[in-house]
Design a protein around this ligand. Structure first.
Ligand code: NQM
Length: 372
């Protein structure tokens, strides 16, 4: 016997996942998580028995509800399922999946809207991050088609503008969780020679450890496939992550998907900085939204590891930075300049999203009933 749960499959930015109305899922968290794992087909590298796409970027879940708060329209809980693990991580945010939240709510009738465009406020329940999301409408839903293009997604679609209202210190206690823009770590572990490296630990929506490619013997321009195949490099990066996380106050992150590891090099496509992201064991095909926001913030902060590598057009006022990644660039607009205020900047950026499927996810009733 199977239990049918109303579900939409939605692409949000460069991610894809199953979206649910919170009221349609078990309220008991352990049972909910077993239901989500069964719906996605995890743990199994191929996720052959579920909806997951066999990659962390397509193994994501959005749980959405109306908000009881007066100045908030929707609440969004993001859950990261890893294809080959039995974990459901609701600690970090996901700015890409965030782009799918309002389209989901309009499509399912959770929200009603009229006119040619609308703005809604969404609170992420993961870290309390608040965002204002504006999008064009047609018949009360996300408009079909449009001219907005984002690197990492073929074609064009309607623009979804996201303005983050409060991002500093999402999972860490502050924008600079160690209290300084650079930290030096002596890293040791199995299968590699100990090494010392200087990094920037920062969290403006996503905890990141930013390090120079040259400091780990890379160029920073490698393809995703090359980095994915470089097991010795990934082993060193993972050892650095575990150590830096302790210094960031995140504790033991061996089963967590954060902090993300961002390798940087001078830009080479006219952008601000070139990045390769480890999320954390798999190399990202582009870059996470809040990871890009956090890289942009690091670029604008004096004394970060990006100094001397990043190219900036201006050093005050509103600034748009193109964060280069393996599929192109993600543009983040920062305002005002952190260099002048010492505060985390306000950030805006563009995404697109598309509702791909409406239906019901089928999960074994024994799991739904908490009996398996
Ligand atoms: O950083 C990937 C993604 C993400 C997360 C990841 C994200 C973000 O590309 O806000 O969007 O780092 O797991 O969806």
């Amino acid at each position: 016997m199977s239990t049918a749960i109303p579900c939409l499959l939605v692409r949000g930015g460069t991610s894809k996942g199953a979206f649910f109305n919170a009221a349609d899922l078990p309220q008991d968290v352990p049972t909910r998580d077993r239901v989500l794992l069964a719906a996605m087909g995890s743990p199994d590298r191929r996720q052959i028995d579920g909806l997951g796409g066999a990659h962390p970027l397509c193994s994501k879940i959005g749980i959405v509800s109306r908000s009881a708060q007066e100045d908030v329209d929707l609440e969004f809980l993001f859950a990261q399922v890893q294809p080959d693990k039995d974990t459901v991580d609701t600690s970090p945010n996901c700015g890409n999946m965030l782009a799918g939240v309002v389209p989901f709510a309009l499509e399912t009738g959770m929200l009603q809207a009229q006119g040619g465009c609308a703005t809604f406020r969404v609170l992420t329940r993961n870290t309390g991050l608040l965002a204002e999301i504006s999008l064009p409408l047609s018949d009360g839903r996300l408009a079909d088609g449009g001219e907005a293009r984002i690197d990492g997604v073929p074609g064009s679609a309607a623009p979804i503008e996201i303005r983050f209202l409060e991002t500093a210190g999402s999972l860490c206690k502050a924008l600079l969780p160690t209290g300084q823009p650079q930290d030096s770590f002596q890293v040791s572990g199995e299968g590699f020679a100990p090494f010392r490296i200087t990094v920037t630990c920062i969290d403006n929506g996503m905890p990141l450890v930013i390090f120079r490619a040259a400091d780990v013997g890379a160029t920073g321009y490698e393809s995703v496939a090359t980095l994915q195949a470089d097991t010795p490099l990934r082993r060193r990066v993972e050892a650095l992550r575990l150590q830096a996380a302790q210094a960031m106050g995140l504790g033991d992150v061996s089963t967590k998907s954060y902090p993300k590891m961002t390798m940087v090099a001078p830009p080479r496509q006219g952008g601000a900085l070139c990045t390769r992201s480890f999320i954390p064991l798999v190399c990202h095909e582009s870059i996470g939204v809040l990871a890009a926001v956090t890289v942009g913030t690091a670029i604008s902060l004096p004394g970060s590891i990006c100094e001397g590598l990043a190219h900036r057009q201006a050093s005050s006022g509103v600034e748009t930075l193109a964060i280069e990644h393996p599929s192109g660039a993600l543009h983040v607009t920062l305002s005002p300049d952190a260099a002048h205020t010492g505060q985390a900047p306000k950030v805006a950026l563009l995404r697109t999203a598309r509702v791909l499927m409406r239906g019901e996810a089928m999960v074994p009733t024994a799991i739904w009933a908490g009996q398996a």
